[in-house]
Design a protein around this ligand. Structure first.
Ligand SMILES: Nc1ncnc2c1ncn2[C@@H]1O[C@H](COP(=O)(O)OP(=O)(O)OP(=O)(O)O)[C@@H](O)[C@H]1O
Ligand SMILES: [Mg+2]
Length: 273
């Protein structure tokens, strides 16, 4: 299986990375895909939002898996992977993962430990989504080194000035030095309040500034309290508010993501022919 590995990254906090990871992941499951989510944040927000309120009580988390790779120790097939009732698999994270940031500093091939871990799982999934922490540290670099695609959620409420530049620089550096396959899928506007023109202005500004280089997804995720409620419920927006506008947003995003990979496959096939 040609596994698509998508990092959901932005070093700015609270822009909708985790919400997007969970709901795009479950959206892909509903579209018939086999999906693994990786919680790449020591805060464990993705783990919590998928029904595990105390990640530090879990017997095995991403830091254990990466530790095995670092120590060259074997992993059992699927070891520590949790199954969510809505059909998605999850490699959880807890606060121990913050220690990994330190362990990696002096490790050999430190940028590719996560990639090596995912290599052991790849054949089993059509899609692996990585929820990044809000920083550009070693864990995010590991996610970018493992991925072939990046989605950048941007909260439509603020002008994403300097931060985005820095993120794009990091992505380009990883692409140049470690992972030439890495491609930016696009910028995703989140928490869009349609009562104001702000999102439209920001989208226009983003397209003007980056449009020639980076796609801004046609889908925008609307702001809704229903989206805020889901992390406490441990379920997706599709289960919590199936007919709401956020569910519709993530459904459309799922279709855009699938369309992108089909387009790329086609152009690859075309260039081989
Ligand atoms: N479409 C939405 N409408 C309203 N609230 C939302 C929406 N999407 C996410 N939120 C809320 O905004 C907050 C931040 O979202 P989320 O945790 O997904 O962001 P994040 O980028 O992962 O944050 P962090 O950088 O801390 O990891 C959460 O409380 C979440 O419930
Ligand atoms: Mg998060």
């Amino acid at each position: 299986m040609n596994t698509q590995i998508i990092a959901i990254a932005n070093q700015k906090g609270g822009v909708g990375k985790t919400t997007t990871c969970a709901n795009l992941g479950i959206g892909l499951v509903q579209a018939g895909k086999k999906v693994l989510l990786i919680d790449g944040d020591p805060q464990g927000s993705l783990t919590i939002s998928l029904g595990h309120p105390q990640p530090d009580k879990l017997p095995f988390t991403l830091s254990d898996a990466m530790g095995r790779i670092l120590m060259d120790e074997p992993l059992r097939p699927g070891e520590g992977i949790l199954h969510h009732p809505e059909g998605v698999d999850l490699m959880p994270a807890d606060i121990q993962l913050s220690g990994m940031e330190v362990s990696l500093v002096n490790a050999m091939s430190r940028e590719t430990i996560l990639r090596q871990y995912l290599d052991t799982l790849k054949g089993q999934y059509s899609h692996i989504l990585i929820d990044c922490q809000p920083s550009l540290g070693m864990l995010t670099v590991n996610a970018l080194a493992a991925a072939n695609r990046v989605i950048i959620p941007v909260q439509a409420e603020y002008l994403p000035a300097k931060g985005l530049e820095q993120l794009l620089q990091t992505i380009n550096k990883v692409k140049r030095q470690i992972n030439p396959k890495l491609q930016i899928d696009g910028i995703l506007l989140t928490m869009v309040d349609n009562r104001t023109n702000f999102a439209k202005e920001i989208a226009a500004l983003l397209r003007e500034t980056y449009g020639s280089k980076i796609k801004v997804f046609g889908t925008e995720i609307p702001h809704s309290v229903r989206a805020k409620e889901i992390s406490a419920e441990g379920k997706s927006i599709f289960a919590h508010d199936p007919n709401g506008k956020v569910a519709e947003g993530y459904k459309n995003l799922t279709q855009e993501v699938i369309k992108l990979e089909k387009q790329r496959e086609k152009s690859r096939a075309g260039s081989i022919r």
